[in-house]
Ligand binder design. Structure first.
Ligand code: NAD
Length: 366
């Protein structure tokens, strides 16, 4: 297949970028975009010089691959329609609402023998790609993903919206089943949880602390890994990877502080990073954006039939772990007793005000 005919289903906030990028890839034709909001479909189609559809059905039989970027509740219905017709699918994360739905999609893709990719985009972040190429066996991981409230993706909470990125990254890095999950989370605006912290214990001894919040003023997305091989810190926003490892001298002999003379001890603080611990920073910011890399990879898999980097099974496993985190959040007893309020909906009544409402803090003070 030389020219790949594609379409995007759901061209809202993110889908319009899928459509724009696909329209610009070499030997890819954007046959059309579909959106249940016809005005949105028409507006995006007009900008990209393609056809607009109010429903995905007319695109069946006209495309070689589709990208599904509808709200999560519709992923299963739309992806299943294309997979049943033998069309490769890239579906945004989370893969769908339930593990059972994900298993059904995996079965449909296998029966049709076509690539089925899930949009865990951070796997294509250049900083994570650099880390994945290195021999690292994580033993303690801290993941933080904080962002402001956007009013989008309110059909799901912070776990399925944000934390699922880090759950997928952890599963791909640690490569061990998760033995135990505990978590606490709160719904600040009602409905789903807006912030969550989870502790995961893996069977291979790794422990991970994962925090997600969609009500934080200043965005932060980072992953820090401690391992026998050293330390790795990723900033997903700046796409920088910081690596630290023991010097040859420390690997061979350790650092015997008691055997250092007074002058060497005095220099120690300045020499820790450099002489005893070596550091390297890799800047991935000039390597192109990860959505383009993800879509190029998908088109390559469509052409070659190769297995995508992030498979339906990966999407399903991240979703299954997210469901365990959600179950732990729901059963968390706020007052330490099982018959008291349970999170996130049962947050206890506030005991008072942290400051008098009249004394409103300046908006940038948080
Ligand atoms: P959005 O609400 O801005 O856009 C969704 C669009 O889909 C809307 O235009 C809506 O009219 C349309 N739509 C709804 N049901 C449809 C249907 N059955 N058929 C066709 N169109 C339909 O949402 P968004 O923020 O673009 O998110 C879309 C998906 O992308 C969600 O699954 C979300 O979790 C995912 N997402 C992923 C990332 C990431 O980092 N990978 C970031 C943001 C969103």
């Amino acid at each position: 297949m030389t020219r790949v005919r594609t379409a995007v289903i759901g061209v809202g906030h993110l889908g319009q970028h899928h459509a724009r990028i696909l329209a610009g890839l070499p030997d890819v034709e954007l046959v059309g975009v579909a959106d249940s909001n016809p005005d949105q479909a028409r507006a995006v189609a007009a900008k990209l010089g393609t056809a607009a559809f109010p429903h995905h059905a007319p695109l069946l039989g006209r495309v070689d691959a589709v990208s599904v970027v509808t709200p999560t509740v519709h992923h299963h219905e739309v992806a299943a329609a294309f997979l049943k017709a033998g069309v490769p699918v890239l579906v945004e994360k989370p893969v769908c609402r339930t593990v059972a739905e994900a298993d059904e999609l995996i079965g449909l893709a296998a029966a049709a023998g076509v690539p089925f990719q899930v949009g865990h985009i951070e796997r294509f972040n250049p900083a994570f790609e650099e880390l994945s190429r290195r021999p690292i066996r994580p033993k303690f991981v801290e993941a933080e993903r904080h962002g402001p409230f956007t009013g989008r993706s309110v059909d799901i909470g912070a776990v399925l919206d944000l934390m699922i990125h880090d759950l997928d990254l952890l599963l791909s890095l640690v490569r061990s089943p998760v033995r135990a999950v505990s978590a606490v989370g709160a719904a600040v605006f009602g409905g789903h949880e807006d912030m969550v912290n989870a502790r995961l214990e893996f069977e291979n001894g790794c422990v991970a602390h994962v925090t997600a919040s969609r009500i934080t003023r200043h965005p932060k997305r980072r992953l820090r890994v401690w391992a026998p091989e050293g330390y790795a810190g990723i900033d997903f926003v700046t796409r920088k990877l910081n690596l630290v490892q023991q010097s040859e001298e420390v690997r061979r002999h350790g650092l015997r502080v008691d055997q250092l003379d007074a002058a060497a001890k005095a220099r120690l603080k300045d020499e820790v990073f450099g002489r005893y611990l070596q550091t390297l920073t890799l800047d991935g910011d000039r390597k192109g954006d990860q959505l383009t890399a993800e879509l190029k990879h998908f088109v390559d898999c469509v052409r070659t039939g190769n297995r995508p980097r992030v498979t339906g099974e990966d999407g399903r496993d991240a979703l299954a772990l997210a469901e365990r985190v959600l179950a732990a959040v729901r059963s968390h007893p706020w007052d330490g007793v099982a018959d008291g309020p349970l999170g996130p909906g049962g947050l206890p009544q506030p005991a008072g005000y942290l400051f008098a409402p009249a004394q409103l803090a300046r908006p940038d003070a948080a």
